[in-house]
Design a protein around this ligand. Structure first.
Ligand code: CA
Ligand code: ZN
Length: 292
């Protein structure tokens, strides 16, 4: 099924118009870039950007059979990019915000599996910035990450990966958007190479398991993901969640699981520039291949 021409700017909005979808069917989400496709050239004047309508997530979809307390399994089957990306920098935004004196927009062509940034041909890492379900309580703007997913800007949410999200409402109300042609961990200037895309996913509902925060797996690793205004809290939560996975699946004590993470786990930044910061803890699948 193709999902297009419908989007929300806060996850949890517009539940009443959600499209009903079946588990197991392949869904193609046509996504706009994080600027809602408003920036059409490098001469665009940022002052006219409609900031109330940014970070659109295509959706929501109501997943038949999903009930509060379940886990929504999201297999990312493919990400097809448009051919032109956009970056920007803005005073007061990002790690160097205090040093930026003027706005700049950069258009970045994408072709032959490369992003053309000045003289550099950057390898692509197509990834989904905003992906999630309706949050537990009120709607959350798509620019903010949280336990429901949202703007996690995680470079590992890419083709071939499987994301696991807590379900807070019957139907889950899943949506996604904000694809990047590539992005570095941290997303320090607040934009990756922002681009429209077609994202293909398969959704499955898992019963009898529940999680507090998003989890992820790819070919090499399992990951816990956590977001907080205070990055130290996000680090604690991602580490504690992974500790729980290792204790449960390896039969380890907290001490043993902690030492194993300290020896072989990798704590990594997703983004450090959104209203809440997002980190992940990675453990190689050679150590534990179960993420639940
Ligand atoms: Ca983003
Ligand atoms: Zn983005």
């Amino acid at each position: 099924m193709i999902i297009k021409d419908m989007c929300v700017f806060a996850l949890g909005d517009n539940k009443e118009n959600a499209v009903k979808v079946q588990q197991g069917e392949i869904l193609e989400f046509h996504t706009r870039d994080c600027f809602n496709n408003q920036i059409d050239s490098e001469d665009y004047v940022m002052d006219v950007l409609d900031w109330d309508h940014i970070n659109p997530a295509t959706g929501p979809v109501y997943v038949e059979g999903a009930e509060k307390g379940d886990v929504l399994k999201v297999e990312i089957l493919d990400i097809k990019l448009d051919d032109m990306g956009t970056m920007c920098c803005l005073p007061e935004n990002g790690v160097l915000g205090a040093d930026i004196t003027e706005n700049q927009i950069k258009k970045v062509p994408v072709k032959d599996d490369k992003a053309i940034f000045n003289q550099f041909e950057l390898p692509l890492n197509p990834m989904i910035g905003v992906i999630g379900v309706a949050p537990e309580n009120e709607s959350v703007p798509c620019g903010t990450p949280g336990r429901h997913g949202g703007n996690m800007d995680n470079t590992k949410i890419a083709k071939g990966a499987t994301l696991y999200l807590p379900v807070f409402h019957d139907g889950a109300y899943f949506g996604c958007g904000d694809v990047h042609a590539c992005m570095g961990d941290g997303e320090i200037m607040v934009s990756g190479i922002e681009i429209g895309a077609v994202v293909s996913v398969r959704l499955t509902v898992l019963k009898g398991v529940s999680i507090d925060n998003p989890r992820l797996e790819d070919a090499e690793n399992i990951y816990t993901i956590a977001s907080s205004e205070d990055i130290e809290k996000a680090i604690y939560t991602a580490t504690k969640d992974m500790c729980g996975i290792l204790q449960k699946n390896l039969g380890y004590t907290l001490n043993e699981a902690g030492m194993l993470m300290s020896a072989a786990g990798n704590l990594q930044f997703c983004q450090v520039v959104d209203p809440e910061r997002t980190v992940r803890m990675a453990i190689p699948k050679t150590i534990c291949d179960k993420v639940l």
